[in-house]
Unconditional design. Sequence first.
Length: 418
Amino acid sequence: MDKLFSRSGGVVFASTIGTAIGITSTIVAILGLVLVPIADEFNLPRSSISLVFFILAICSALIYPVIGHLADKYGPRIVIIVGHLLFVASLFAVSLARNIGEFYTAFVFIGLSGSVLGPILFTKIIAGWFDRYRGFFLGIISGVGYGIGSTLMPIFAVFVLSGHTWRTTYQAIAILVLVIGFPAIFLLLRNPPDPLPEKTYMRLKGVAEIPGLTLGGALKTRAFWMVMLAIAISSGCMLAVFTHTVPILMDRGLPVIEATSVLSIFALFTVFGQIGTGFLLDHFRRPNLIAPFFFIPVIGLPLLMSASSTPLLLLSGALMGLGMGTEFGLLPFCLSRYFGLKAYGKISGLVYGIIALTNGFFPVLMDVGFDLRGSYVSAINIVVGVMVIGTLLIALLPDFKTVSRLYLDPAKQSQSAG
């Protein structure tokens, strides 16, 4: 028992480190800091640089299903190790870009390799290691990983940028990702136990294989489409705001240090959003109870655009961080509880691939709006409306048992097949 706990603890630690050094913290969280210097060097509008988000989205959408399939077939650990090393090389390649074409090409490789350090594989591992407290540990690896990574990486980037160029910044980040990530992933990360723990089989009433729906079965449920749409539009909006927090505040006349502090609070409070979401879902198992947390950013967005005092700006960052953390925390829990672990890699690969498209497209749209209107006001107003729609979708989600009984109850499964 002690050995199992020790190994599972190492898995949680390694998974947390893995998420902390992924695309969210190393690319998404810092692009707002280097957006203007890169645009100035290449003599291009901001939207041309933020187009890399769409490149990342396309690459992620294409590679996520492949990653999920490989993880289901060979186990996620080996896929993560190889992807991590390729991601380090891709980060370094950004610093060597001599023109916008090479810059875009480097981000193609970042999108393909960095997606391996995304949510699919680490959540698959955690869902396989933990059952009773699955939501909590999913919240830990995502909340602490993404939150702390996205909080500290901008601070590190500002430190490097204060005395060096954006190219040196990407080189420093690449080295940091290698030094911190590889030892933890290689030494501590392990695939989930196979077969499932005995208690899990007992709880599932003697099901003879890993329980869950196939991808085709999941696609036939209302819950699949509601969860996917709600998270896709909501996370796309909040990611667009997150990546533009620094430019929005600097355009309002705030110094970069103060703008970065708001971004750091934004990122930090995603930790509380994700861990809190996991805790609530573990105890209440009703996803629609999370709906109010989806609405919280609607309060924070006007503060971001109009508040003049530092405390109110930090409050706006905290509110938006709670909302974005809730979105990130809800998705893997819903996928594993609604559809089981049988085809988790394939199902999550498809869902995260579609979500990657909105997460890449919405930030570009925000900069297109800026280039057309000279401000982000109109884009923020649209974000508020979309967040309200996302909240309503979450509020209408069915209970987990409504879907899970299709594979936990053999009679229901037979009727469904018939």
